[in-house]
Design a binder for this molecule. Structure first.
Ligand SMILES: [Zn+2]
Length: 482
């Protein structure tokens, strides 16, 4: 089956990063607080409470519409989507139905074959987030669930794509590009837990379409799609049919599971929300000045800092990372950008991923000093990695943070400078401990010297300059012979 036979469309729900909720004044900054502490009669759906639209949320959604090249409708309208579920206190969700905010845009991603690919956007609409259920124990067997309405009424935009993606990898690229774009627009914070949820439509050409719901992480999208495509292909290979159905993604197990059919028998009975007037906001578009977006910043990084295309792509792929890079090199862009690009895009990201750590606690000032130590040749690359690891671990454990220089001094990592004594004693030890290698060396066996160099390197933990070490070791061996 050819790769082009896979068809993927995404529905992406993003929380807009406003200060207050969509229809009331409750604060959206609820994550650190106890359950049901950011609620009022409106977001609790008490009888008689009237929604008041948050203008800023609409302004944020309009920025997204412009950045994604969408057409904003003359008139859009809120509607009630009726269903009964404990996370929905009013028994209806205020959303947009047949008159969304905007339609018909696109987002460009790097295609798998190189070059750009245009993924069409079907529509963008604004809606409120429901509350959150906390299941006590297993969802199936747990005794009860708790409900937290702090999330109820947080503004969301739903961005629906056309089925233009041809692989899980493309879906991931689309999502990464979308996330970066929303962050550059300052309307979204991907670091906030649960700020993005994805539903995916997946089919193999000529077969029925399956909707996978409940994907809550960026990595989850690629995993869920890969699982689902394999499942569908296996069905077809065995001559069976793919059923048109909704499935849930179980993130911990990495599988999709058929949703019980009664969950599907929805009749949402949409009708216009009587408490909110239709929106006429298209004229706002002219007043929106978009900031520099990821593609433009990538181009600029290649020109201004001579970044390689791949480093420029990585560094500008996340707003925080791009800002971090520019702060690190600010003192001396010409002198530091090469080393900084490599050390951020290659080393730092790897070390952060390994620790499942975000960039936020890392201080650009300290990182600049690390890059300077490397540039001045004070430490080797190997020691640089060691210093970085100590820096990150101290931040992760919220310990007092040493400067890179402090770490170099404490761990005695500076290259030979003023420290030939330590290397000399490491050489002495290596010679004492390895009489056989000394015999081999005297017998002219190649490899014996390399073995000893390795032993000394181990003792000095890589801080010795290899050329200098070789010279000192050869001299010591000569001295012993004399
Ligand atoms: Zn409220």
């Amino acid at each position: 089956m050819a790769e082009g036979d896979v068809i993927v469309g995404l529905e992406v729900h993003c929380q807009l990063d406003t200060k207050s909720k969509l229809f009331c004044g409750c604060s959206t900054d609820y994550r650190a607080d106890g359950p049901n502490t950011h609620v009022c009669p409106i977001c609790l759906g008490l009888p008689g409470a009237m929604p008041v639209l948050n203008k800023r949320a609409i302004a944020f959604a309009m920025r997204v519409a412009k950045a994604l090249n969408c057409a904003v409708l003359d008139e859009s309208e809120f509607a009630r989507k009726n269903y009964f579920y404990p996370d929905l206190d009013k028994a209806y969700q205020i959303t947009q139905y047949d008159k969304p905010l905007a339609e018909g845009g696109y987002l460009e991603i790097d295609s798998d074959e190189g070059g750009e690919r245009r993924i069409r956007i079907t529509r963008i609409h604004v809606e409120e987030d429901p509350g959150r259920l906390v299941h006590m124990g297993n969802t199936e067997r747990g005794k009860y669930s708790l409900v937290d309405y702090n999330r109820s009424g947080i503004p969301l935009i739903e961005i629906v794509s056309e089925p233009d993606m041809r692989s899980p990898k493309e879906a991931r690229k689309f999502l990464n590009k979308l996330r970066a774009t929303l962050e550059y627009l300052s309307v979204f914070d991907s670091e906030k837990e649960g700020s993005l949820r994805v539903d995916a439509n997946i089919s193999i050409r000529g077969s029925e379409r399956v909707e996978v719901k409940n994907i809550t992480s960026y990595k989850g999208v690629e995993k869920a799609l890969t699982f689902e495509i394999t499942r569908q292909k296996n069905l077809l290979r065995r001559g069976q049919k793919v059923e048109r159905e909704t499935r849930h993604f179980l993130e911990a197990r990495g599988v999709t599971q058929s949703a019980r059919s009664k969950e599907l028998e929805h009749d949402y009975r949409y009708f216009p929300e009587p408490d909110l007037r239709p929106l006429h906001v298209r004229s706002w578009l002219d007043g929106i000045v978009l900031p520099e977006l990821p593609d433009a910043r990538r181009e600029r990084f290649m020109v201004q800092y001579s970044c390689s295309p791949s480093h420029a792509r990585t560094l500008t792929g996340e707003l925080r990372l791009a800002n971090f890079f520019e702060e690190v090199v600010a003192a001396d862009p010409r002198g530091l950008s090469g080393l900084a690009a490599t050390w951020i895009a290659d080393t730092l990201i790897g070390e952060l991923n390994y620790r499942d750590m975000s960039l936020d606690p890392v201080d650009p000032g300290s990182f600049t000093w690390l890059v300077l130590l490397l540039k001045q040749g004070t430490i080797t690359d190997k020691s640089g990695v060691e210093v970085l690891r100590v820096m990150l671990d101290q931040r992760l454990r919220k310990e007092a943070c040493e400067t890179p220089e402090d770490i170099v001094r404490r761990l005695n990592l500076a290259k030979t400078s003023g420290d030939t004594g330590a290397i000399a004693s490491a050489i002495r030890e290596a010679i004492e401990e390895n009489p056989k290698a000394i015999d081999d060396y005297r017998a002219g066996k190649g490899g014996a010297l390399n073995f000893l160099v390795g032993q000394v390197m181990k003792k000095t933990r890589g801080k010795a300059d290899p050329g200098e070490l070789n010279r000192m070791l050869t001299e010591s061996l000569k001295d012993r012979e004399a």
